[in-house]
Ligand binder design. Structure first.
Ligand code: GLN
Length: 340
């Protein structure tokens, strides 16, 4: 039997919806316009009104924190959102938090919050692949599922979660692996569970450190250092790496081919940048799940480089930024890359 959604069965869980924009708040000219539309148009009150079944699940209220497409998220938005989530999590009148978000960088925000929110209250990110004006819009059901998961006591302590396409994913693992299609969100290690008719079914738990067990805390992060990603391909040279360094990058994530490999002609550039104090993080551009090990492909111990292990380059950027707020020591940084 499904446990009651709250400790006290005589009241509904209280869930706050923080709206940031994206396709879930998108609007197109006609019902057939599933891919041609404007993101970040519909205000949160309307998103809630479009799902009249929500009040049966939870006492919901909306807050419009941004109204943007998620590709336009910067570090300032990450920090502002992170701080608001922490305030809400500290509020005894809030049981769970849902964040509506564009899907393009949802995986980055979800991982950021996984690292910096010191709470066991459910934090659930949700988006959609079709605007609300489209035939078979996926946003209303995704939002219904997000509120159901956020209001459920069983969701506590499982880290930041993402609900799309009836699945519950770990915010650490999930990424937008496909575009256009409603099964866009995938985790290399599989989803954590399913949500069907407002009920959650769990199958596995995150093994990595997160939320309450994290050493990072949004309340202690004043700003994030610049970290950039350089994408590897045949015939690559060091131009982008040097430009990022000149712009003030403290670390560069090398979105390497295969096992995070580095072209022979590029190695001296990365060695020189490390000498200048930048951290070099080898990740893989393999999009269904990279796996980069130290001293495989390149002698990381000798060069004092880092590996992102299974984190994709965009998630490695998030972790590098957060970790660099605490330490510049490459051994400590590598420990953090193993543990989170
Ligand atoms: N499906 C989407 O949400 C994509 C819309 C937009 N590019 C965004 O990320 O906000």
């Amino acid at each position: 039997e499904e446990p009651a959604p709250t400790e006290t069965a005589d009241r509904l869980p209280r869930v706050v919806i923080l709206a940031t924009g994206g396709t879930i708040a998108g609007a197109g000219a006609g019902a057939a316009d599933s891919a041609t539309y404007q993101a970040a148009k519909v205000p949160v009150e309307q998103l809630l009104a479009n799902v009249p079944q929500l009040p049966a699940l939870a006492e919901v209220r909306g807050e419009q924190i941004f109204q943007i497409a998620s590709e336009s998220f910067g570090n300032e938005q990450l920090l502002a959102l992170g701080r608001r989530v922490a305030e809400l999590a500290e509020n005894p009148e809030v049981d769970g938090i849902v964040i509506t978000h564009g899907t393009d960088t949802l995986e980055e925000t979800a991982y950021f919050l996984t690292l910096v929110e010191r709470t066991d209250k459910p934090i659930v990110l949700v988006g959609s692949m079709r605007p609300g004006t489209a035939l078979s819009a996926d946003g209303p059901l995704n939002l219904y599922n997000a509120v159901a998961v956020a209001g459920n006591l069983q969701s506590r302590g499982k880290g930041v979660l993402v609900t799309l396409n009836d699945e519950i994913h770990s915010g650490r693992d999930v990424s937008k692996a496909l575009n256009i299609r409603t099964d866009a969100f995938q985790s290399p290690w599989g989803p954590l569970g399913m949500v069907v008719e407002g009920k959650s079914y769990w199958f596995r738990l995150p093994a990595k450190r997160h939320t309450l067990n994290s050493e990072f805390d949004i309340r202690q992060i004043a700003s994030l250092p610049r970290v950039d990603i350089a994408y590897a391909y045949g015939n690559l040279d060091g131009t982008a790496y040097r430009a990022f360094a000149q712009a003030g990058a403290r670390a560069i994530v090398h979105a390497g081919t295969g096992n995070g490999s580095v072209a022979a002609a590029l190695v001296p550039t990365l060695q020189a940048l490390r000498q200048e104090g930048l951290q070099i993080v080898r990740a893989s551009r393999a999009d269904r799940g990279g796996f980069v090990l130290r001293n495989a492909e390149q002698p990381d111990d000798k060069y004092d480089w880092l590996v992102a292990h299974d984190l994709n380059p965009q998630k490695a950027r998030i972790l590098a930024m957060v970790a660099l707020t605490r330490t510049q020591d490459s051994r400590e940084l590598q420990r953090i890359f193993w543990e989170y």
